[in-house]
Design a protein around this ligand. Sequence first.
Ligand SMILES: [Zn+2]
Ligand SMILES: [Zn+2]
Length: 393
Amino acid sequence: MARYTEVAQDSAWGAIDPWAILLRRQIHRHPELGLETEKTSVLVESTLDELGIEHKRPITYGVTGVIGPDTGPAILLRADMDGLPVEEATGLPFSSEIAGRMHACGHDAHTAMLLGAARYLKQHEAELNRPVVLMFQPAEEGPGGALPMIEAGILQNPEVAHAVMVHVDSDLPAGVIGLKVGAAMASPNDFRIIVSGRGGHGAHPDKGVDAIVASSAIIQACQTLVSREQDPIDPLVVTFGTIAGGYRENVLADRVTMTGTIRILEPMRREAILSRFRELVTTIAAAYRAQVDINIHRGYPPLVADETFTRQVGNILEAALGSGHVAWLGHPSMGGEDFAYIAERVPATNLHVGVVGEGSQSGLHSPNFILNETAIGTGARALAAIALLAAVD
Ligand SMILES: [Zn+2]
Ligand SMILES: [Zn+2]
């Protein structure tokens, strides 16, 4: 037990914590979007150089580093680096210097947590009984950076046996780490539907095909996917986010375009629900004599946290941070997460790092989002403790 608390209470953190916070602020000033995390990648690489950690770029702006032995089942620690197209309104002295961009999802803090853990682990490299793969990925907010990095081979050489990600959580206090066993985050699937009818005079609807009436029937019918076709205790969301069509009050609309999102938690249900969605939309349109064109973009798969590994991580964190610092979360989130592609391949878990505390405000993706920076040290300690202490199997 002593070894666990030693990691979290090591005096080395006295130097690492402020250093990681400065790195986080530097990243916060210069948010980058999607796959184009060029400056952040360069900063990560120069920091790894400074720490004497070997690194490479499996994709243009994604970085991996390795600490510890060369072979053996590795543990992968993942941080994402991308920001959001949000105009920052926090007024922080280290606010975004790029108009219309902000680190509003805390990925700046994730990168700093992983660098903090890396610095600690490098100092304790001799104690590592397995390789630690550090993964810094772009484009978590889309179009996705995890899958291209997997395809570039990051789960091999050394062979990855377990993986851990961090994400800030604006529902938990700083100092606390939340864990969720099983289905933890949803698969977001976006759609676009074009309903085509036949235009005409609004006074003579019988002479045309009204795309607006057909569309309203489609919207209503699709709600029954949730209410009549899905197990009531298994979450599903069907949201129509936009609808556009028509010309003026006395003209039959010949065309309506609608977009929306379908979010599913249970991996086995995804294809069944999407296929029923397609069937409902097509047959309702036909019943109203309209034509329909449906485009579905399958998003990230659901994120499922491995039960055995998550329990093991929970035991390590309870011993390292104290049991009051670990929260077992009951509810999944209907948000998406591309770490799901890694969790499909190796036992994995998500550390929900609480960020509510002095100075914090608002939630993720908000222009006013401020996190309590002590969370960076908590996340770094958690990652370091897991890398040092998680059993190989
Ligand atoms: Zn986000
Ligand atoms: Zn995020």
